[in-house]
Ligand binder design. Structure first.
Ligand code: PRP
Ligand code: URA
Length: 209
């Protein structure tokens, strides 16, 4: 069963308030998405494995911890997921980055795939899928299925804001995928936008409309 982790750290919640604010412009919006993603990255990477190695400090030899285990892959769902990549890469610069391009058809609300480029060893990596918004769950559900079809076996999903409906869809379709989120909002509106949400994440990140 999926674990749903709501990351309620005060710094993340503070930044989320400014992210939601309709008067926040694209530059600040991008900065906030990057900063929140980095802070959330601490929680998402909490279970990374460590091993002891011997090192020498100026005071002598000691055993110390270093990362080991499965290599990481970051997979933003285009476009809006791109805004979260740099924050995570600041924490784990050695991670490879794959891309899955999906957009939500405004009429049918179904995800349409238009791009995919992944690391060749995707089945051996712990993948962290990024998208700021989990609304109907259609895009995340399709992107994760797509990754599994390409061989991915270890996937976490990280978003900033989710709807209760989106969380349920993802839990049902991909029970092996843990979900990390800064806020589970109230509901979806008639156009499947999250309320109160923050509007259209891609448009706010890139200044389009
Ligand atoms: C947004 C968002 C998610 C999707 C969420 O992307 O970034 O990918 O909608 O909605 P869902 O859970 O109902 O599928 P959008 O399709 O607007 O594309 P964009 O990132 O290119 O703006
Ligand atoms: N996509 C967004 O960018 N925002 C929403 O509220 C729903 C889907």
């Amino acid at each position: 069963m999926s674990k749903v982790v709501v990351i309620d750290h005060p710094l993340i919640q503070h930044k989320l308030t400014f992210l939601r604010d309709v008067t926040t412009g694209s530059k600040d919006f991008r900065d906030l998405v990057r900063e929140m993603s980095m802070l959330m990255g601490y929680e998402v990477t909490r279970d990374l494995q460590l091993r002891d190695i011997e090192i020498e400090t100026p005071m002598g030899k000691t055993m110390s911890k270093t990362l080991t285990g499965r290599k990481l892959g970051i997979v933003p769902i285009l476009r809006a997921g791109l805004g979260m990549v740099d924050g995570i890469l600041q924490l784990i610069p050695a991670a490879k980055v794959g891309h899955v391009g999906l957009y939500r058809d405004p009429q049918t609300l179904e995800p349409v795939e238009y791009y995919c480029k992944l690391p060749s060893d995707v089945s051996e990596r712990q993948l962290i899928v990024l998208d700021p918004m989990l609304a109907t769950g259609g895009s995340a559900k399709a992107a994760i299925k797509f990754l599994k079809d390409k061989g991915a076996m270890n996937i976490k999903f990280v978003c900033l804001i989710a709807s209760p409906e989106g969380i349920e869809v993802l839990k049902e379709t991909h029970p092996d995928v843990d979900i990390y989120v800064a806020s589970i909002d109230e509901k979806l509106d008639d156009h499947a936008y999250i309320v109160p949400g923050l509007g259209d994440a891609g448009d706010r990140l890139f200044g389009t409309k």
